[in-house]
Design a protein around this ligand. Structure first.
Ligand code: PLP
Length: 355
């Protein structure tokens, strides 16, 4: 039976994935050297396609890491001398905070009720904090913080670095890279690719900070520190043998998305999200977990099924419709539906009809 994965990552593969994978095999991408000219061309092509798709300014650096949890660790390890600050409103933002503690930073946090966002104006961020870490789309709860809200932090605290986890929303949100210092995401969510590649986009301030800390004698990480990643990126390489196939595939998917156009992709995302929320706002038993429309994610939608998660997931699975269970403490109460570019409107309709 054909299955459709509405899971919030890994998720449904991009419709043209099979074709690109076939091409990758024909072109021996799995065997080429990561120091070869062929790899440099792939690297260049992927970075330039991604920059066009996401409107990333030329002076910003696109770095390839292994996972987004790794991106979190590299950021705090390479850019924080002592003090980091975290907005925590779910499992992934909590993880970011824990990672900072694990690498021995003095990591402070402000917690919001899970299922809600933050009132940026009322936050009191410690003076000492060198970096502010925000999870723009909390996959565990289905809460999304509008980019405009996040930029406010940069205007109030211009001397602090500002970083956003956009793992499960990209390519949907439009990012103004002049108002944020770094963002990162993994390819197994909105890009519909197999896991094992995280993209970290940084400006020069991030690299400058890492260099400063290194000069002071601080440990900024080993082979994958932000300086080594940056320096290798200047010659279209990575410090280690990277996930070459995924870098190749990401370039191909970016090109497919460019053909459709990012504005159209955003429009489709909104249309599908509206359909899903409208359905559950009228549902007699189940309801969207995030009540406040302002905080509702368009890309990872959590539905409160009141303890029936297992039942709902299993029933849908029999029809080939794979949805996610709740995350962490919401395991039994929620199901989560991803709404990525790989998900077609007609499949969303089929899912809702059978829910
Ligand atoms: C999936 C996810 C991550 C972790 O990504 P990995 O590639 O598994 O490390 C981090 N943050 C958010 C918001 C996510 O949804």
């Amino acid at each position: 039976m054909k299955k459709i994965y509405f899971t919030p990552g890994p998720s449904q593969l991009y419709p043209s994935f099979k074709h690109h994978m076939g091409e990758a095999i024909k072109e021996d991408i799995g065997s080429i050297s990561h120091r070869s000219l062929k790899f440099k061309r792939i690297y260049q092509d992927t970075v330039s396609s991604l920059k066009r798709l996401m409107d990333i300014p030329p002076g910003h650096h696109v770095l390839f890491l292994s996972s987004s949890l790794e991106s979190m660790e590299r950021i705090v390890e390479s850019c924080v001398e002592k003090h980091s600050y975290h907005l925590v409103n779910g499992s992934f933002s909590q993880k970011f905070h824990e990672i900072a503690l694990e690498v021995k930073k003095d990591a402070k946090k402000t917690e919001a009720i899970w299922g809600e966002g933050f009132n940026m104006e009322s936050l009191k961020i410690p003076k000492m904090s060198e970096i502010i870490c925000v999870t723009q789309n909390e996959t565990s709860t289905g809460v999304s913080i509008p980019m405009e809200e996040i930029y406010k932090l940069k205007s109030v605290y211009p001397e602090k670095l500002l970083v956003a986890d956009v793992v499960s929303s990209i390519p949907y949100p439009k990012i103004d890279f002049n108002k944020i210092d770094a963002v990162f995401f993994s390819v197994q969510k909105g890009f519909g690719l197999p896991a094992g590649l995280s993209i970290l986009i940084v400006n020069d301030l991030i690299i400058k900070k890492a260099k400063l800390l290194k000069k002071k004698g601080q440990n900024v990480g080993s082979y994958h520190n932000l300086i080594s990643l940056y320096e290798k990126s200047l010659i279209e390489q990575t410090p280690e043998t990277p996930n070459v196939i995924n870098i190749y595939l990401l370039g191909k998917v970016c090109r497919e998305m460019l053909k459709i156009g990012i504005a159209e992709i955003r429009k489709r995302t909104e249309a599908k999200a509206d359909l899903i929320y409208q359905y559950f706002d009228r549902h007699p038993n189940y309801l969207p977990f995030v009540g406040n429309k302002r905080w509702r994610s368009k890309t990872t939608i959590a539905i409160n099924v009141k303890g029936k998660s297992d039942q709902v997931v299993r029933r849908l699975e029999k029809l080939g419709l794979i949805v996610g269970k709740g995350y962490g403490k919401f395991k039994n109460d929620h199901v989560r539906i991803a709404n990525f570019p790989s998900h077609r409107l007609k499949d969303v309709r089929i899912l809702l009809r059978n829910f």
